[in-house]
Design a protein around this ligand. Structure first.
Ligand SMILES: Nc1ncnc2c1ncn2[C@@H]1O[C@H](COP(=O)(O)OP(=O)(O)OP(=O)(O)O)[C@@H](O)[C@H]1O
Length: 322
């Protein structure tokens, strides 16, 4: 699919859970090489719902998240969480933020419930929250089983349950479905959707768009540590993807010639043609009709986010000297 230029659709909202401008981070490797991991990232995450933070491996997602959480320092740029500048005022918002950046450690011989009870006691959260978070992560029935008997997906959901104990408003999950089987991925997705539906803000990073597309209300796509596109899934597709129409016409060869001569891109698709580059579907009908070719079918083809993602991030990926 041909895609027109790179555009960022600004999220129009006065209330942002996360807002970064010009965020930048360069690492220095042991051999003294400079790696620009994040270079001028503007990230806006609206309050409420699931926001997919998407980019190929090495595009700077984890680095950005670690800066937001105050785990590493930014070289330049500004960040705020719920309107509070971070890291300066992170202590004031930290209670509202729950994150899983690395797999948390649980006691393997204790049940999931016992692990959560210990954590709840440690952070001064009432024990009743343990039942609630087990319910929210669909672990209630397995809560009494030992952690070491859990599947990877259940372990990951227990990690989410642990972050939910303190009732955060913003949840940050870095590649939460890594290594999970399809059933595990689906369960995490459902958990995230449930949290988004409760009005919580979920920022979920992934390099596998299909895992996030179904659950995200809004997305930001990054490459080489820069924002490539952002907005609702529909906006990002609409702003980036060129219009494609599937055309039914008796004379496929004749129609291909007419449309190609008219500057459009034409591909065969069985007994149909896929035509790209038209400003609107009617342009295709008009061009063909002018040459005595009549269209039996004309259907705009919806681009999917996967195609947009692949196109935007083509050639992106591993950071390096820049
Ligand atoms: N501690 C570090 N020292 C040197 N380079 C690093 C360090 N951490 C990350 N990088 C490099 O910075 C770039 C961005 O990495 P980062 O982990 O933020 O990307 P990512 O999008 O989260 O990728 P992935 O999905 O693979 O985790 C990569 O080129 C990576 O190799």
């Amino acid at each position: 699919m041909a895609l027109s230029g790179i555009k960022a659709v600004k999220v129009v909202t006065s209330e942002l859970a996360i807002d970064t401008h010009g965020l930048r981070k360069t690492y220095r490797t042991l051999r003294g090489k400079r790696v620009v991991a994040v270079q001028g990232l503007d990230l806006q995450v609206p309050i409420g719902g699931v926001h997919g933070f998407l980019g190929p491996n090495g595009s700077g997602k984890t680095t950005s998240i670690r800066m937001l959480l105050g785990l590493i320092r930014a070289d330049a740029g500004t960040m705020s969480v719920f309107g509070r500048p971070v890291p300066e005022q992170l202590p004031e918002v930290v209670a509202r933020v729950g994150a899983i950046v690395e797999s948390p450690k649980f006691f393997p011989a204790f049940s999931g419930r016992r692990n959560l009870e210990l954590l709840a006691d440690a952070i001064g959260t009432p024990r009743r929250r343990v039942d609630e978070v087990l319910e929210e992560t669909a672990l209630r029935d397995r809560g009494k089983d030992r952690f070491k008997t859990y599947s990877l997906g259940m372990k990951q959901r227990l990690a989410i349950a642990a972050t939910l104990l303190k009732e955060p408003d913003l949840l940050i999950f870095d590649e939460p479905t890594n290594g999970l089987d399809p059933a595990g991925i689906r369960e995490i997705r459902e958990t995230m959707r449930g949290l988004g539906d409760q009005g919580k803000t979920v920022l979920v990073s992934s390099h596998i768009l299909a895992e996030v597309e179904q659950v995200a209300d809004t997305v930001s796509i990054i490459g080489h540590g820069r924002l490539l596109a952002s907005g609702t899934v529909a906006e990002v597709i609409g702003s980036t993807a060129a219009l494609t129409v599937r055309v039914g016409v008796a004379d496929l060869a004749g129609a291909t010639r007419v449309l190609t001569e008219g500057g459009l891109t034409v591909r065969a698709d069985g007994q149909h043609l896929l035509v790209e580059g038209a400003a609107e579907p009617a342009e295709v009908t008009k061009r063909l009709a002018e040459q005595g070719l009549f269209v039996s079918e004309l259907v705009p083809v919806r681009a999917d986010l996967e195609s947009v993602f692949l196109e935007l991030t083509a050639g992106e990926g591993l950071g390096g000297d820049r």
